[in-house]
Design a binder for this molecule. Structure first.
Ligand code: SF4
Ligand code: SF4
Length: 136
């Protein structure tokens, strides 16, 4: 399957409902240096000011701050304020490489996300993740 047909298969089986559940919790995803630079540019901010305002360092990774139980970029309208430049881990959610090795991660992610249009199996999900450009 080509990457393009893989994305079409994903579109047939998954549609984000923009419920915001995956933007809530006690922690957010890690953000690479390149992503930090892209987000700062998008927000028309200097990199250091951006980091100070929006990011937090911990456990060997830099991630986005949590405010009121959700990612600092989760808007009042329920949408992501940095959608075009959001981190890789957000772009790939919920068909994300973390499900490849851990079926329990897959079960938990699937249970918390209302975007699945059918009962996708772990085997199906792994195939779709591996078919994405950054899957492994
Ligand atoms: S939990 Fe699923 S449906 Fe809800 S915003 Fe996240 S990816 Fe979309
Ligand atoms: S960057 Fe956007 S998509 Fe990612 S957790 Fe924050 S609000 Fe959600």
């Amino acid at each position: 399957m080509t990457a393009e047909s893989n994305e079409k298969a994903i579109e047939a089986l998954f549609e984000c409902k923009c419920c915001g559940h995956c933007c809530h919790g006690v922690a957010t995803v890690s953000v690479t240096d390149a992503e930090q630079e892209g987000m700062a540019r998008y927000l028309e901010m200097g990199l250091e000011a951006f980091k100070k305002k929006y990011l937090v360092n911990g456990k060997g990774a830099t991630s986005m701050k949590i405010v009121d139980g959700h990612c600092i970029f989760f808007g009042e309208d329920g949408l992501c304020r940095v959608h075009p430049v959001k981190p890789f881990h957000c772009k790939r959610w919920p068909l994300h490489p973390s499900i490849l090795e851990d079926e329990n991660a897959w079960i938990a992610i699937k249970a918390d996300c209302p975007g699945f249009l059918g009962d996708m199996t772990w085997e199906q999900a792994k195939e779709l993740v591996r078919g994405r450009p950054d899957g492994s």
